[in-house]
Ligand binder design. Structure first.
Ligand SMILES: *Cc1c(COP(=O)(O)O)cnc(C)c1O
Length: 427
């Protein structure tokens, strides 16, 4: 696409956009009576208009049906999560049985590590991205300690080369190969929260398997953002959260992927609970555990129905959009336009005042651009905020902006670039 730095061009792209009406399905925070420009879907997605009604419907069921709500009504609570797994499986490139909805992300990472981190005195190391989201660092280190290993020894973090911001796939694969003899698990991000880099999940998985390790992924910033093919890529397991690109509410319920080849893998440990027990026999309350077939066998507790309804409100919109493919196509155009306009600012200034550290290749990133401000970083961010642009700030000098195809427009991208330019003119 040959982008142009004009309002007319941005407006024309919006007019051609077949997904433009989807934004009406979301509630946008207000400032001085007007919608803000919300470029923060990487941290917390916006509220679907229907979310409140979905919850109210279940309040009514609870009121009218009491315990019978599990079995009666339009949406019986028992098995409610199954209404969502089909859509979710499509978003993740998984088979329906490979996906289930439960808990939240860090909890699920721990539970999946119970199954897939089985260290032995010879193979006990975990490879992860350097500078991963802190919760992942804490989770992996505490798992290593739980098994009696020193995290400093057991956990291998891969960092970008000196002077570079993003990881080279060749370096990731080389590190895996270098640990061919002592590696238990590669547990990587899908999209890095700080740089927005989308890793080559397929290549990482293949190399991990070649050396005899499991490959799992934290898809917090990938799910609902980029196209995934977890099943075909032969990923062993994955977890994500639903409140970022999946718009399912703060602390919303998340889910797991377990590759079908592990459904009957008796060598895997699993923490068990009654909600993972075969649904058709669950209420017989028998003694010995018989798991549900598929990822659902990893469930533990009664599903929180109110959270499931919020998740459904959000996933229904992905369904309405025709799945992730059209959204991804728009997303690449939107983010590409923001990148183009930022480069224009740099050209006008004669230097990279706004240095984008997210990969230039649009297939190696999602919605987000991470921008290092050369001067007056915090002032620039505050200027954006005071002009009703909601992005997010990462110390010491990075602004993350994530135009989201479900509810952001080309005109908003144009406006944000104009506000950035004005800010740099001032400071
Ligand atoms: C957002 C995020 C989390 C948050 O985990 P919760 O358990 O949902 O609080 C964890 N890991 C990554 C990579 C994230 O981006």
């Amino acid at each position: 696409m040959n982008y142009q730095n004009t309002l007319a061009f941005a407006t024309a792209l919006d007019e051609q956009d077949e997904l433009k009406d989807l934004k009406k399905l979301f509630l946008v925070p207000q400032n001085k009576g007007k919608d803000v420009i919300y470029f923060c879907g990487n941290s917390l997605g916006l509220q679907p208009v229907t979310a409140q009604q979905y919850v109210l419907d279940q309040f009514a069921n609870w009121k009218n049906l009491g315990i019978e709500g599990f079995f009666e009504g339009d949406d019986p609570w028992l098995g409610y999560h199954k209404k969502l797994t089909g859509i979710l499986a499509n978003l993740l490139g998984a088979k329906k049985d490979e996906v289930t909805i439960m808990n939240s992300l860090t909890v699920n990472l721990h539970l999946l590590m119970v199954s897939f981190y089985k260290p032995t005195s010879k193979r006990y190391k975990i490879i992860m991205e350097g500078g991963a989201f802190p919760s992942d660092q804490y989770a992996f280190a505490s798992q290593a300690r739980f098994h009696g290993y020193d995290p400093k020894e057991a956990i291998i973090e891969i960092f970008p080369r000196e002077g570079e911001s993003i990881l080279r796939t060749e370096d990731i694969l080389k590190t895996i190969n270098n640990h061919a003899d002592d590696l238990a698990l590669v547990l990587f991000g899908g999209v890095n929260y700080f740089t927005g880099q989308f890793y080559d999940i397929e290549a990482i998985t293949k190399t991990a398997h070649k050396v005899g390790a499991f490959a799992g992924f934290d898809l917090a910033h990938a799910a609902g953002n980029v196209l995934l093919n977890l099943h075909d890529w032969d990923v062993d397991f994955a977890a994500w959260c639903s409140y970022k690109y999946m718009n399912s509410g703060p602390g919303g319920i998340s889910g797991i992927f377990v590759n079908e080849k592990h459904f009957n893998n008796q060598s895997l440990n699993r923490f068990e609970g009654w909600w993972g027990y075969r649904e058709d026999k669950r209420f017989l309350m028998t003694h010995d555990f018989e798991p549900e077939i598929g990822a659902a066998g990893w469930q533990l507790s009664t599903s929180p129905v109110m959270l499931l309804t919020l998740h459904k409100a959000a996933l229904d919109i992905f369904q309405q959009a025709g799945g992730l493919e059209p959204l991804r196509a728009k997303s690449q155009l939107l983010t590409g336009y923001l990148e183009f306009l930022i480069e224009q600012i740099n050209q006008n200034k004669g230097e990279d005042v706004l240095r984008i550290i997210t990969p230039k290749n649009k297939d190696e990133r999602g919605c987000q651009l991470s921008i290092v401000c050369k001067n007056n970083a915090r002032k620039t961010f505050d200027f954006l905020t005071s002009h009703s642009v909601i992005g997010d700030w990462r110390e010491p000098n990075v602004i993350r902006l994530s135009p989201v195809p479900l509810y952001n427009s080309f005109k908003q991208v144009f406006d944000v670039a104009g506000i950035l330019a004005a800010s740099l003119g001032e400071n």
